[in-house]
Design a protein around this ligand. Sequence first.
Ligand SMILES: [Zn+2]
Length: 269
Amino acid sequence: MKKIILVLALFLGVASCKTNPFTGKKVLNFYPNSQLFPTAFAQYDQFLTENKVVESSADAKMITKVGQRISSAAEKWLTANGYAGYLKDYKWEYNLVDDKTVNAWCMPGGKIVFYTGILPICAGERGVAVVMGHEVAHALADHGAQRMSAGTLQQLGAVAGNVAIQDPQKREIFNQAYGVGSQVGVMLPFSRSHETEADRIGLQIMAIAGYDPTEAAELWKRMKANSGGEAPPEFMSTHPSNDTRINNLTEWAPAAKAEARKFGVTTFQ
Ligand SMILES: [Zn+2]
């Protein structure tokens, strides 16, 4: 049995590597969008029905506007780099939820939630663009699907190679990877490498969208000043540490601006 699982794991691993367009790295991912997105979309809709969505306030409109600018910047970058059509199954949606938690997250396929609690730290549209860029980057880089793939490898004995997440067992893996179910909508922290990757990609797409990427380090300084209490999951993930993040983001900002210039963006809001 062990041998069968090992062979199956190797097969899935070999058959299911996908190149991350932003890093050029091959990553383990055997959840195609066609399987993952319908589950994510259903979970997102359910989350919205169970939480207080802020409808059409100035803040809610601003979240949508920033989201649209960031996702169209991502599309421009992908098209320019030979990945036209990469986003064809994405169904972008940006919602503001009335909740004092300092958090934001994005489910696979571009389903984004901002909590009102993160808005004071964003301190305006530019800060929202930092958070939006980071969250959109997790979705673009398939970090959720990779986490599920790793989780599935661990559980292969139980799931016996059936990777259709329409069945309840598979949905359980989705729920574990996304932290939905037991604690509704609480996105678990990603790994350090995924966080760092999302910071870097996010910086690039916010710059292409015309937002000043030097704001990212400023946002994390405000986040650091605010993080006296308990750190909520995902956005306030303790890894990388705030200081590492601030240093990285400061160092990468000029490159993000240079990338944006290739798209004709020369002034930053
Ligand atoms: Zn993150």
